[in-house]
Ligand binder design. Structure first.
Ligand code: SF4
Length: 503
């Protein structure tokens, strides 16, 4: 059956070089046919989480990939728009229809409309979400590029306020302005002053239409703004407190401060850690790697409770934490699997949840968190674990961890073994799986590791087996030089030959 169906990364002849007694029993080293086995798992395995995720959800949403500001430091490296915006770049009307539906179905406590890209560059979509998104609390993160002049700031705020008043269900709306030295370099402090003035003059009596500032720990810019604005501290500094825009969930901010001016107007300031996002991080640079790891780990433990895919709600319930990108892709946060993707244009919320739970690689992270995932993947590919953190972009961790198809399969099989052990999978349920899958799950950890290693199906072979362009191969070579992958000399040679043939 396997020889007919395998759509694995290598041809059948190579696939039969698995070697060893177990590989013989299995006819094929499974790590030479990762796509086939992963699909088998996705098609045949049905899992139910131990925890109940019936509580309110959290959604972080990126409306557009573009940003009109172009800061020197941008966490997401959001480019300025250089072509006509298409649905892959930003949510237009149809996309917002889908989002509104997804958000309604997800029972959202907290909707964070954030970057990459400035949401208010997609003004129409942002306004529609303000009036139509069913969420207890909505926060719009912005650079304030639209608030550089007072008349423009007034116009935008009026439009947002009108959309807010047009809602059918109540919410708490926060306009959260980023004020730090990087935004200050590009925009100055005018947006902060203009918004402070307008909220103070026009919206101060609106408890659910609020202004807030978000800055970075130890940032010099915020002190200048506070002084210029005549704001003084009111109350104590809260260290690692629950953000006050979260009405339903425990979202920890490293630090919060509250300020008041002479007229009695209150302003909250949140402090966040500075991440050093860099998809081309050099893993040979120990200092940068250690710095990035420390920030990543601190944030995961302090702000995400060790698990970025789930939400701890104030009422004690658990919910799911989603991340939606401008092209519609949706996943529980940090939990992307490149061969099991969802998109709000095609998938309803209930299908995303069902398929996320049924994928052992996804459910294991949702149930057991980052420490479990790191430990299991570290058995075969500690470099991927290191890289995913060193890149310092929390949102795409799953994509980086599971770039190598062998890691997706290895983690799925090890998770299934642990689901067996913990009783998630009964003997009866397992008996219904295809025999070859049962055999794989029954293998010892040592044997699985041996099969992984001896497959020699490294990232170069996987990429060369697909429809890679010259740019893909050049990028792969660059990343190998940066230490992102461990590959054999033979694979390097193959890569060079392939590049030569494309010249
Ligand atoms: S304003 Fe924000 S999203 Fe835009 S370039 Fe600057 S950091 Fe990136």
């Amino acid at each position: 059956m396997l020889s007919r169906c395998v759509a694995g990364p290598l041809g059948e002849t190579e696939g039969r070089q698995g070697g060893g007694t177990t590989a013989g029993r299995l006819s094929l080293n499974p790590f030479l046919a990762t796509a086939y086995y992963r699909q088998l798992i996705l098609d045949q395995v049905r899992l139910t989480p131990r925890h109940e995720f019936h509580g309110k959800s959290f959604i972080c949403l990126s409306l557009t990939r573009y940003c009109s500001v172009g800061c020197r430091f941008c966490f997401f490296k959001s480019p300025r728009a250089y072509r006509k915006v298409v649905p892959d770049d930003a949510f237009g009307d149809e996309g917002v229809d889908r989002l509104v539906q997804f958000i309604r179905d997800a029972d959202v406590g907290y909707l964070l409309i954030s970057g990459g890209g400035d949401p208010l560059d997609e003004r129409r979509s942002a306004l529609r979400l303000i009036s139509e998104a069913m969420a207890d609390s909505i926060v719009i993160v912005t650079s304030g590029n639209w608030a550089r002049s007072l008349p423009s700031a007034r116009r935008y705020l009026k439009a947002m306020h009108s959309s807010f008043l047009a809602r059918r269900s109540p919410t708490h709306l926060t306009i959260r302005l980023s004020v730090d030295e990087f935004h200050g370099e590009a925009l100055g402090l005018a947006p902060a002053h203009n918004l402070l003035r307008l909220f103070r003059e026009q919206y101060r009596n609106e408890p659910n239409f609020c202004f807030k500032i978000h800055t970075l720990c130890n940032d010099p810019c915020i002190a200048k703004f506070l002084e210029e604005a005549g704001l003084r501290r009111a109350g104590n500094v809260q260290i690692a407190g629950v953000g006050d825009e979260c009405r339903t969930s425990v979202k920890i901010s490293p630090r919060q401060e509250h300020y008041v001016d002479d007229t009695g107007f209150h302003l909250s300031i949140n402090y966040a850690k500075l991440f050093h996002s860099d998809e081309n991080v050099d893993l040979r640079d120990r200092n940068s790697v250690e710095r990035n790891l420390a920030i990543f780990q601190k944030d995961l433990e302090e702000s995400e409770n060790g698990n970025s895919s789930r939400v701890n709600n104030l009422d004690g319930s658990l919910g799911l934490d989603f991340w939606i990108t401008y092209d519609g892709r949706v996943t529980t946060w940090g939990n992307q699997l490149p061969d099991n993707r969802f998109n709000v244009y095609h998938d309803r919320h209930r299908d995303v949840v069902r398929r996320s739970f049924n994928d052992p690689a996804s459910l294991a992270f949702i149930e057991w968190g980052g420490a479990y995932r790191d430990a299991i993947l570290g058995e075969v590919n500690p470099r991927a674990v290191l890289l995913a953190k060193a890149v310092n972009i929390r949102d795409f961790v799953g994509d980086i961890l599971f770039e190598d198809a062998r890691d997706r399969l290895y983690f799925s099989l090890r998770a299934l073994q642990d689901f067996r052990r913990s009783g998630h999978v009964s003997d009866g349920a397992m008996a219904k799986w295809p025999e070859e899958l049962q055999k794989l799950v029954q293998l010892g950890k040592k044997e699985l590791r041996r099969l992984y290693r001896t497959s020699r199906n490294d990232i170069v072979r996987q990429v060369l087996a697909g429809a890679a362009t010259k740019e893909d191969l050049q990028r792969l070579r660059r990343r190998i030089d940066l230490g992102h992958f461990s590959v054999s000399k033979e694979s390097c040679f193959r890569l060079e030959m392939a590049l030569k043939n494309l010249r």
